[in-house]
Design a protein around this ligand. Structure first.
Ligand code: PMP
Length: 460
């Protein structure tokens, strides 16, 4: 190891605690320190090259070295590095970005509220919905409906919407009234002999029965990712979303589309709700909004939500919510430039064009001895690993085989992510056909290595 790597390694182990990391294991093995990016590639402190198969955290659309984003940030830093949005203050990039998002997002979503992260955005959604229903004189209409395996963030309220055991257990969550419905994963949750259409019908019945049993007057909103990302890349069964939208409308329940991963071309359409044919009342975007070069999220809302909130602020004198850095001018300037690049280079179109190749390569791995299901859409995909293809039984201990595959992939120069039993891929939107070939060649090699190990040790 170089002297620089050595000293960074020691300092990290001595002084940091990492998100989503086993701290004791980290003390033993230390960090992988990234020092440089170039297009879809990143380089570690030893100079080793990796192709980024997860776009950072599902988020870097334009690659890791875009000079125009650097320049946009510098220009804004020089002009006005910071200003806030409280008490009628505004700045030009935040105004222009709200206007741009209103134009890009589906009809009706005309207003933007800015936060720093997806978690803060979903916390804000909860507060806005509560504020709205208090204003409308229905203070009992407060519950949220979410799904098992949903990922909506990790703050105390957004973490309550998340439907993953690791985000609740030992954190004393959920802390808000929320019901988690069945995860819309046909391969895992479909009953014996049930068709996909029957599975959808069963989930929609569960939704409606839950609303009726708990009382429509107590349920404020349904929140969902069109395609679930951090729960393991779960694509919805046919007809699911239009059915959910219809039931929500019937019982006056707001529909929130969490597009933090799905938004801006990831699924081969601009937004997930457009892909699956529904119109939400509220939409949350982040990640690819700035390619994560700067922290930023936006909550887009329709007039029904806005007007209820606005009327109440007129009564109360204020909307008592917001962050020091809501609408940060540097983040908003970077977002505007990032969206301009997506359009000028047609990167959303690039994702749609590469999707058939990407999905074909992914499906080809369905027959690999370790893979139970290959699933995905656009430029996102997941391989769920199983010890037994017939029974779909997972490897023991849970998640260990996916972690092994991801480790071998990293050694081979591919960064991807293990989520429980699933290996996830979500490359930058700017990748090429050749990059797709490289990603799958390295992933196949990693799967083969792990399968060899499983055979040798009797794990399979
Ligand atoms: N919603 C979704 C769908 C996400 O994928 C994420 C992050 N992975 C979040 C919300 C939370 O975003 P953040 O990590 O920026 O708080």
């Amino acid at each position: 190891m170089s002297t620089l790597s050595n000293s960074l390694h020691a300092a990290d182990v001595a002084h940091s605690i990492h998100p989503y990391t086993n701290a004791r294991l980290h003390e033993e093995q230390g960090p992988l320190i990234m020092t440089r990016g170039d297009g879809a590639r990143v380089y570690d402190s030893e100079g080793k090259e990796y192709i980024e198969g997860l776009a950072g955290l599902w988020s870097v659309a334009v690659g890791f070295s875009e000079p125009r984003l650097r320049e946009a940030a510098m220009k804004q830093m020089e002009e006005l590095p910071y200003y806030h949005s409280f008490a009628h203050k505004a700045n030009e990039p935040a105004i222009r970005l709200a206007e741009k998002l209103a134009e890009m997002t589906p009809d009706g979503l005309n207003r933007a509220f800015f936060t720093n992260s997806g978690s803060e955005a979903n916390d804000t959604v909860i507060k806005m919905v509560w504020f709205m229903n208090n204003a409308l004189g229905r203070p009992e209409k407060k519950k949220f409906l979410s799904r098992t395996k949903a990922y909506h963030g990790i703050t105390v309220a957004s973490g309550s919407l998340t439907g993953l055991p690791g985000n609740h257990r030992d954190f004393d969550l959920p802390i808000i009234p929320v019901t988690h419905l069945t995860c819309p994963h046909f391969w895992r949750n479909g009953a014996e002999g049930e068709t996909e259409a029957e599975f959808t019908a069963r989930l929609l019945t569960e939704l409606e029965e839950t609303i009726v049993a708990e009382g429509p007057d107590t349920i404020a909103a349904f929140i969902g990712e069109p395609v679930m990302g951090a729960g393991g890349v779960i694509t919805p069964p046919q007809g699911y979303w239009p059915g959910v939208a219809e039931i929500c409308a019937k019982y006056d329940i707001l529909l929130v589309s969490d597009e933090v991963i799905n938004g801006f071309g990831r699924l081969g359409a601009r937004f997930g709700c457009e892909k699956y044919g529904f119109v939400p009342d509220i939409m949350v975007v982040s990640k690819q909004l700035t390619s994560s070069y700067m922290p930023l999220a936006a909550i887009m809302m329709n007039d029904k939500v806005y007007n209820a909130i606005a009327d109440n602020t007129a009564k109360l004198g204020t909307f008592g919510h917001g962050y020091t850095t809501s609408g940060h001018p540097v983040s908003c300037a970077v977002a505007l430039e990032n969206l301009a690049i997506l359009e000028e280079r047609d990167l959303m179109g690039n994702a749609a064009r590469l999707a058939p190749l990407f999905q074909e390569k992914l499906q080809a791995l369905a027959s690999h001895p370790l893979v139970g299901e290959a699933r995905g859409v656009g430029l996102i995909g997941g391989l769920e690993l199983v010890a037994d293809k017939e029974t779909k039984a997972a490897f023991e201990p849970a998640g260990s085989m996916a972690a092994r595959v991801v480790k071998h992939a990293q050694e081979a120069g591919l960064i991807c992510r293990n989520i429980y039993e699933t290996v996830a891929l979500c490359p930058p939107l700017m990748i090429t056909e050749e990059d797709v070939e490289i990603i799958f060649a390295r992933l196949t090699q990693a799967l083969d290595q792990a399968a060899d190990w499983a055979r040798e040790t009797g794990a399979m």
